[in-house]
Design a protein around this ligand. Structure first.
Ligand SMILES: Cc1cc2nc3c(=O)[nH]c(=O)nc-3n(C[C@H](O)[C@H](O)[C@H](O)COP(=O)(O)OP(=O)(O)OC[C@H]3O[C@@H](n4cnc5c(N)ncnc54)[C@H](O)[C@@H]3O)c2cc1C
Length: 473
């Protein structure tokens, strides 16, 4: 059988290789280190963790990344097996001994009879006779390969930095203060957009206090290798505030064309707008609020905004070096490049974010590639599972843009906002009415239980294709 070529032996590539090989398909895994370095990796090991040693929460009942852990374990993930075997104490989180972890991944890959590891950079598009390729080269994809991918996908389809504005759970916004309206009540191109934005009003005093807080807040410095990737049109809010106290009020916080539905006679001095971020309408991003403020500071400062006092953030803002595709436009549901389907993508380059998410997308990419090679096409898991929700965000669930603004697809960690909504439990098992946080936790438990049942259903439906878990039954 012809091999699948996997480029990049990081979190996603190692997992993809493992999954394809376990399904019985030969794999060649190409890793450029140690011959060619990246700016963040320090060793030659496969699956090196470049920064923190945490796989985040291991709580599968109320945390979406915990649900993702559970699903990956159920699907025989090498990354999770190695993480579990090299845990260090970290309370409810899964943290690992980084050297033991990557040594375990590498050892398992090297002894697998169906995996050959070749060291060397793939410095351009793969040769034409590689008919099944998984590109898993990560946020620090080598320049030569990134340039070739950029040429293939077209201008603006491959980003080199993410400038992320914070994303808020819609149900945590106080709509007694905020209101829905598009600027000048303008319809979007698809119609029906006259009230597409959430608007949070500010008085002059509130605006002045907010500017003081932004200027005084602690910021994260760029790392040396990142440079300073500012370009006008995408400046961090704190840089705008430093340029002048009124700059934000004439930029992303301008109040024009908006009437406060709760107090129509009072003109707001400034307005923060939030725009729908996913097709489900459960997440909204803060328009123009890309920032390098420290995470704790963002939570504190952005909760000063009227209507966001109790905001729950699905992700906070940031600006990092990060190579990633405009996947909703470029990739099909099975992670193949529409323009050249022999190329499949996996890991952070697809627009997921984080070690666990990258490995999860590698897991599913490996299975999809193997299934195709075996002539038994596999449907991706349903969007109600954590892996399915993540895939759905990458390949289709994201709103491209409501107005003619810049493209807005940004890398995202898994979170419950990506899951289709569920009927919210209002009472507990004893019939007692649930309140506040109890209700939120009950909702998360319900989403987690649905994900568990639906993953089992998906495994059963695809039992001819899944490896170990079907064999174990
Ligand atoms: C500086 C930095 C810090 C981060 N910190 C965290 C963190 O603390 N927690 C977290 O959850 N996430 C973090 N991330 C985000 C992300 O989770 C990791 O980058 C993760 O390793 C991504 O997995 P991946 O498999 O997609 O890419 P990687 O793990 O980076 O793997 C890609 C592999 O491809 C190889 N490669 C690249 N180009 C080529 C080529 N042309 N030919 C052959 N091989 C190639 C690279 O050497 C690398 O081994 C961080 C990212 C960066 C850039």
């Amino acid at each position: 059988m012809r091999p699948i070529h996997i480029i990049g032996g990081g979190l996603a590539g190692s997992e993809a290789a493992w999954q394809a090989a376990e399904a019985g398909v030969p794999v060649v895994l190409h890793e450029m280190r140690p011959l060619t370095a990246t700016a963040a990796h320090r060793t030659s090991r496969l699956a090196e963790l470049v920064c923190s040693n945490s796989f985040r929460s291991d709580d599968a009942s109320t945390n979406a990344v915990g649900v993702l852990h559970r699903e990956m374990r159920a699907l025989g993930s090498l990354i999770m097996r190695s993480a579990d075997a090299h845990q260090v104490p970290a309370g409810g989180a899964l943290a690992v001994d980084r050297d033991g972890f990557s040594a375990a991944v590498e050892a398992a890959v090297l002894v697998h009879p169906l995996i050959a590891v070749e060291r060397g950079e793939i410095a351009g598009l793969p040769p034409a006779d590689w008919d099944s390729v998984v590109v898993a080269t990560g946020p620090l994809t080598s320049d030569a390969l990134a340039r070739s991918i950029g040429r293939l996908t077209g201008e603006g389809s491959l980003a080199f930095f993410d400038a992320i504005a914070p994303i808020v759970h819609r149900d945590s916004i106080d709509m007694d203060v905020a209101w829905m309206q598009s600027r000048y009540d303008k319809e979007g191109p698809s119609g029906g957009g006259a009230a597409a934005y959430v608007n949070c009003p500010m008085s002059r005093d509130q605006y002045e206090a907010f500017i003081d807080a932004v200027l005084a807040a602690e910021k994260i410095e760029f790392r040396e290798f990142e440079g300073t990737p500012y370009f006008d049109g995408c400046l961090p809010i704190e840089v705008m505030a430093e340029r002048g106290r009124e700059t934000l009020r004439h930029g992303p916080m301008k109040p024009f064309g908006l009437t406060n539905a709760h107090q129509p006679t009072i003109k707001p001095y400034a307005v923060v707008q939030l725009r729908q971020d996913n097709a489900l309408g459960s997440l909204f991003n803060m328009v123009g609020f890309q920032t390098k403020l420290k995470y704790g500071e963002q939570t504190r400062v952005f909760r000063m905004i009227p209507g966001l006092e109790r905001a729950e953030f699905a992700r906070l803002g940031g600006i990092h070096r990060n190579t990633y595709l405009n996947s909703p436009r470029l990739l099909d549901q099975r992670l193949r490049l529409r323009a050249e389907p022999r190329l499949r993508f996996a890991g952070q380059i697809t627009g997921c974010e984080g070690y666990v998410e990258s490995a999860a997308v590698g897991l599913i990419a490996g299975r999809l590639a193997a299934a195709e090679r075996l002539g038994r096409p596999l449907d991706p898991p349903p969007a109600t599972t954590a892996i399915g929700a993540l895939l759905n965000h990458i390949t289709g669930g994201h709103i491209e843009s409501i107005d003619a603004g810049p493209r807005s697809f940004q890398p995202m960690n898994v979170n419950f906002g990506l899951f289709p909504p569920i009927h919210e439990p209002r009472v507990d098992e004893t019939g007692k009415r649930l309140r506040g946080p109890e209700r939120g936790n009950a909702r998360k438990r319900a989403l987690s239980a649905r994900a568990e049942a639906d993953l089992v259903g998906w495994i059963q439906m695809n039992r001819t294709l899944v490896g170990r878990e079907a064999a174990a039954e």
